[in-house]
Structures are given as structure tokens and as C-alpha cells.
Design a protein around this ligand. Structure first.
Ligand code: SP5
Ligand code: ZN
Length: 345
């Protein structure tokens, strides 16, 4: 399977993230993407390609112009706020909550940082824009590749994307790679696209982007938002609205879910996608469902991921796989490669 590797990914390397009142080392480390690359090369799984560069305008198919402007200028604005900021990542510490003005973009950069984000766990680094844009190019290239008739494609990138929305970052995500892939498929002629999100966390960014649209069906298996990040979205009764009514399907599962139960949810998700009669598929491929993941609570084993890939193959739609989470660095290469090997085998 052709793999579009984001050669810019390592430009984003956060120092710390805020967790329950203390700074802890970042979980989205550059080694994640490198380990996947090494394991795929070791198995001879697919050819590596660099994506064609994209224009910033391509991002506007999914993101707000003022948000893209914010990301592009974020680092220089952060350093302009205080020259000493050059030596620390930007983390928000103030947010507009509920009744707030959305029509005024504040001059104060710390206020802008909060306006365009939803957590303090996502450091905006000097290289975040460069790395995220490289990832978006991979997702778009992978979608185009599938549309030329390939059996599948893989966007191997970090930072991940499914928590990023129309005008906000968070959950280690800045640009929504999976949404960009889905929109690229639509723009290339697919009538209806499904996004299957199997990351441990609900893809609040992807859901919110397509919530009122019938042409992109979002189906997600994730930890119950009552107990798990991103907390405020991802419940089973969120079914889409307006023209999108019925085109959003959330399958939340409790912490501690073993593979047998998770696999039944995957079968249900694939059934929903079959019924939706889509002509293209994007898979938000997170492997933080792994039993050894340091921030998650499902119990999938490395071998289980082979079956995950096999099950996805039964959908008979050439998938655009996009890497999302997975923080057990020593296992991420094997787990991701197992999904792709299970798919092509
Ligand atoms: C793409 C993706 O998987 N994003 C996940 C973002 C999760 N952010 C919150 C992480 C909370 C860290 N918890 C540390 C627990 C240490 N025992
Ligand atoms: Zn995740």
C-alpha cells in the first residue's frame, strides 16, 4: 500500500502538556511516526512516497480562514508577546466559555490562543504549523491516490488530526487530516464518504465538521465521553442534524473493553457504513486502543490489529488510512503495521 510519509513531522516536538495541575512530558512524540515507518520498512509493507505540496487554500475546504491565519502566524505572535517565549511552547490558559463573542478576534495573542483551542494539553510549538501542514498534504495525497484507482493508501503522519475542528485545535491535533481526506474524495467525485474512526478517543473535530452534512457519514468507536477525553461530545444519542440527521453514529464503550466486545462494535460500524451506500472510506487509525497504551483504557492486543485490518477489508471500499493516536511507542509500529497487513493480506 502506498504510504505518504510526513517528512516534516519532527518539526513538531512539544516539551510538556498540562495534565491535572502539572506539566507532564508530551505523549505525541516524534518517535511514534518513526517507529511506524521502521516497522513498515522492515516488513516491506508498501512504498513510501512524499506528498505533493499543497496551498494553504486547500485547508480552507475544512478550516476557517481566520483559524488558518492564526496557525500560520502563531509562533511569531507568541514570541512577540514576550521574547522569552522563544524558549517555551505556547499553551493556552484562558478560554471563552459559553456566552462569548465570536465575532471579535482579540489582539492579545494569549486570548487568541484560547479562542482557537479547547485544552491545555496541546502545546503549539515553533514547528507545529509546518508539521501539521505536511500532514495535511499527506492526507490529501493519499485520498487522491485512492481516487486514481489504488486499493488503499496510508497517510503516516503526526501530529494527529481528529480532534481539530473548523476553528479549533486540541487533543494534540491542529489540522483535521481525516476530514481533509474525506473532503478531497468528495471534491474528486465521490457522492458519499464514510469516516470510520477507531481511535480510542472520540473525534470531536471530525464529528462537528460533518454533523449537519449527509454527504460525509461519521462512525466512531471510542471510550465513553462520560469518563474519557474529549468528554463533551461523543455520546450515542448524537445522530447528526438537519440534512445530516442519521449520518453521525457514535458507539461509545466503557473503559476496560476487551477485543471481543470492541470487534462487535466494529462489525456494527461496518454494517452502518454498508447500509449508508458510500463510495469512499477514510479510516481514522488510532491504535491507542492497545492494552499497553499509557493514556487509554481498552484492552486490544497486538495480534488483534491483524483482524481489525481484515474486517475493514470486508467493506470492499479502498480506504484512506490516516494515523491518529497510539502512545505506547514500543508497540505502535507493530500495531499499525498489523492493521495494514491484515487489510492487504
Ligand atoms: C489523537 C489523540 O489520541 N489525542 C488524545 C488526546 C488526549 N489528551 C488528554 C491526555 C490525558 C493524559 N493523561 C495522562 C495519564 C497518565 N496516567
Ligand atoms: Zn486517541
Amino acid at each position: 500500500m502506498k504510504t505518504f510519509f510526513n517528512a516534516e513531522h519532527a518539526h513538531h516536538e512539544g516539551m510538556v502538556e498540562m495534565f491535572r495541575g502539572e506539566f507532564v512530558p508530551c505523549f505525541d512524540v516524534p518517535a511514534r511516526a518513526e517507529r511506524v515507518l521502521v516497522e513498515m520498512r522492515r516488513r516491506g509493507l508498501g512504498t513510501m512516497a512524499n506528498p505533493a505540496p499543497i496551498k494553504d487554500e486547500a485547508l480552507l475546504r475544512v478550516h476557517a480562514p481566520r483559524y488558518v491565519d492564526f496557525l500560520r502566524d502563531a509562533w511569531s505572535s507568541w514570541v512577540a508577546l514576550d521574547p522569552a517565549n522563544a524558549y517555551r511552547d505556547a499553551l493556552p490558559s484562558v478560554w471563552p466559555v459559553r456566552q462569548h463573542r465570536t465575532d471579535v478576534v482579540p489582539d492579545n495573542f494569549a486570548a487568541r490562543l484560547g479562542l482557537f483551542s479547547f485544552d491545555a494539553g496541546t502545546p503549539l510549538t515553533q514547528g507545529a504549523w509546518r508539521a501539521a501542514r505536511g500532514g495535511a498534504a499527506c492526507a490529501i495525497a493519499a485520498a487522491r491516490h485512492v481516487q486514481t484507482g489504488a486499493k488503499g493508501a496510508f497517510a503516516l503522519t503526526r501530529p494527529p488530526g481528529h480532534h481539530a475542528g473548523y476553528d479549533f485545535f486540541g487533543g494534540y491535533c491542529f489540522l483535521n487530516n481525516a476530514a481533509l481526506a474525506a473532503q478531497t474524495l468528495r471534491d474528486g467525485g465521490a457522492e458519499r464518504v464514510a469516516v470510520l474512526d477507531i481511535d480510542y478517543h472520540h473525534g470531536n473535530g471530525t464529528q462537528s465538521l460533518f454533523y449537519e452534512r449527509a454527504d460525509v457519514v461519521y462512525v466512531s468507536i471510542h471510550a465513553d465521553p462520560r469518563t474519557d477525553y474529549p468528554f463533551y461530545l461523543g455520546h450515542a444519542d448524537e445522530r447528526g442534524c438537519g440534512p445530516g440527521e442519521g449520518s453521525n453514529v457514535n458507539l461509545p464503550l466503557p473503559r476496560g473493553t476487551p477485543f471481543g466486545v470492541w470487534r462487535a462494535a466494529l462489525a456494527q460500524a461496518l454494517h452502518v457504513i454498508a447500509e449508508a451506500r458510500v463510495d469512499a472510506l477514510v479510516v481514522s487509525l488510532g491504535v491507542d486502543t492497545f492494552e499497553g497504551d499509557p493514556i487509554s483504557g481498552f484492552l486490544l492486543c497486538s495480534d488483534d490489529y491483524l483482524q481489525v485490518g481484515e474486517e475493514i477489508a470486508y467493506a470492499h471500499l479502498p480506504p484512506v488510512f490516516v494515523l491518529e493516536g497510539g502512545y505506547a511507542v514500543d508497540a505502535i509500529g507493530v500495531n499499525v503495521a498489523n492493521v495494514l497487513e491484515g487489510y492487504v493480506a
